[in-house]
Design a binder for this molecule. Structure first.
Ligand code: 9D3
Length: 250
């Protein structure tokens, strides 16, 4: 997959993508990242990429022309067609279902805003999709772009080792993850649940599923409604609720 990033700080996104799973995906040739800076296409001695907002008020807006020139250069760098995705607080909130769809595309171009954002005429004319990463205020689209790149990279075939297998991830089945423990089995902070040390793989799988269901029920009932539980799942969750009516854990 090829991802082009249009940003006033393209090296910021590249840095974020240099480590761990994403860095490895690049080394393995599964992902190539390319940064494009509108500043390199700005006119005049001041190389302006932003200007005052029409109608008055505080804040600057990213200008159309440097963005158009930058986008044209990015598009021309490869023959593959690519939708332009604008990371924006006005976008649709990102979820794993959309990540899966985008991860299957051969190429994306990401646009990161700074200041108050991008001139709306450019958005209307060129942007195919607006994506937000959640309802909180950041200072620009670079971290959201890095978040999207990370989520996309780990879904590329061969990006994850067996141990990191995406299929078992939280959200891949629409549920939160079960708790995890490691050595020592006994510690002043508590004991590892006996079932995990029993060697009974069926019992362990059942316990993990039940924990995932219970946690999702308690912490994210919105996810549970959409998960579409099997009859077996419902029974597991009901058994947990019967045992924990007083309402402690997880
Ligand atoms: C304080 C400025 N706000 C005035 C009401 C509007 C505003 C403009 C630009 C708020 C944030 C930003 C910069 N944010 C992004 O570019 C952004 C973002 C975010 O802030 N939160 C979640 N997802 C995203 S995607 C891009």
């Amino acid at each position: 997959m090829r991802i082009d990033v249009i940003s006033l700080f393209p090296e910021f996104v590249a840095q974020c993508a240099g480590f761990g799973v994403v860095g490895r995906a690049q080394e393995r040739g599964l992902l190539s990242l390319h940064g494009w800076n509108p500043r390199d296409h700005a006119q005049g001695g001041y190389r302006r990429v932003d200007d005052k907002t029409f109608g008055g008020g505080p804040g600057m807006v990213m200008m159309i022309e440097p963005l158009q020139a930058c986008l044209a250069q990015a598009r021309a760098a490869d023959s593959a067609l690519a939708p332009l995705i604008y990371l924006s607080p006005q976008g649709r909130p990102l979820d794993q279902a959309r990540v899966r769809e985008l991860a299957a595309m051969p190429r994306l171009i990401l646009l990161c805003g700074r200041y108050e954002g991008v001139d709306e005429r450019f958005v209307r004319a060129e942007v195919d999709e607006e994506i937000s990463i959640g309802d909180y205020v950041l200072s620009g689209g670079e971290l959201p772009a890095a978040v999207l790149v990370d989520a996309l990279a780990r879904l590329q075939d061969g990006a994850l080792n067996d141990a990191e297998s995406a299929a078992q991830d939280s959200f891949e089945d629409g549920l939160l993850d079960c708790p995890h423990y490691t050595h020592p089995a006994s510690h002043p902070l508590g004991e590892v649940p006996a079932v995990l040390r029993s060697g009974d793989h069926a019992a362990i799988a059942r316990w993990r599923r039940q924990q995932a269901l219970a946690r999702t029920w308690r912490r994210r009932p919105d996810l549970l409604e959409r998960a579409g539980l099997s009859e077996q799942d419902r029974a597991l969750l009901q058994a947990w609720r019967d045992k924990h009516e007083n309402g402690s854990e997880p």
